[in-house]
Design a binder for this molecule. Structure first.
Ligand SMILES: [Zn+2]
Length: 244
């Protein structure tokens, strides 16, 4: 990771990760967290794992947030560097706040899990920018609103990183390789639309508790399947070419 000028006007500098660095970050953070909890990191993260991980990163999570004033597609909201003050001690409480839309869990569980992973990724990836003294340009920029896993704003580096890491936290390469075997050579990869590809997507969707679209996007982006639709990747906030 290196720090580069932020063209969104939010920070003076923002973190720039290579794809391998994001994969390693997700593997290390989730793998070591699960190992600490269960004595074995080779597990698929559950809802409880995601919420506990997010809180262990120092964030305050509200999964019953009233986001009715936002666009109906906006299911998550992450605030870094908040202005909050602890009402008991009167001291500043700058912990990041993560809000998930009320009812999402009951109505659309896959979307809920993906939103949770996506917002966790905002906290994970943007901490270096939040923690750099004097790095914030505008106070109003502290509040980052996003569409969770359905982000269309892929031109924003924050959304690109969170979109990629959200999938990587739920479907870590190590776990995929343990279950599916090593990734095939490029010439041996089935197409997502072929029967073999569809079966693989279905299997990953079931075993990793993610939507068919999310499983497909992940399998294509890390080389299990041949991508046939860039549009799908963009819809999930994971541009196929430049994602850092
Ligand atoms: Zn986002």
């Amino acid at each position: 990771m290196n720090l580069v000028p932020d063209d969104t006007g939010t920070f003076v500098k923002r973190p720039r990760y290579r794809r391998e660095e994001l994969e390693a970050k997700c593997e290390n953070v989730m793998g070591s967290f699960l190992h600490k909890c269960y004595g074995n990191g080779d597990r698929i993260a559950t809802e409880d794992d995601l919420t506990t991980l997010l809180e262990s990163l120092g964030a305050l999570l509200d999964t019953d947030a009233d986001l009715s004033s936002l666009d109906s597609a906006e299911n998550g909201w992450t605030q870094g560097l908040t202005d909050w003050v602890d009402w008991i001690t009167g001291r500043p409480d700058p912990r990041p706040r993560v809000y998930i839309r009320r009812g999402l869990r009951e109505q659309r569980f896959y979307r809920y899990l993906m939103t949770l992973a996506h917002e966790t990724s905002h906290v994970l990836c943007e901490m270096p920018a939040w923690n750099l003294a004097g790095n914030l340009i505008g106070k109003e920029s502290r509040s980052l609103r996003c569409r969770g896993a359905q982000s269309f704003d892929w031109k924003d580096w924050r959304e690109r990183q969170a979109g990629y890491c959200g999938l990587a936290l739920l479907m870590r390469i190590r776990m995929l390789e343990l279950r599916l075997g090593p990734r095939p050579e490029k010439s041996q990869r089935p197409s997502s639309d072929a029967l073999q590809g569809q079966r693989l997507i279905h299997r990953v969707s079931e075993e990793f508790v993610v939507s068919f679209a999310a499983a497909r996007c992940r399998l294509e982006s890390i080389g299990y399947l041949t991508s046939t639709s860039q549009q799908l990747n963009l819809r999930l906030g994971v541009p196929a070419i430049a994602m850092h």
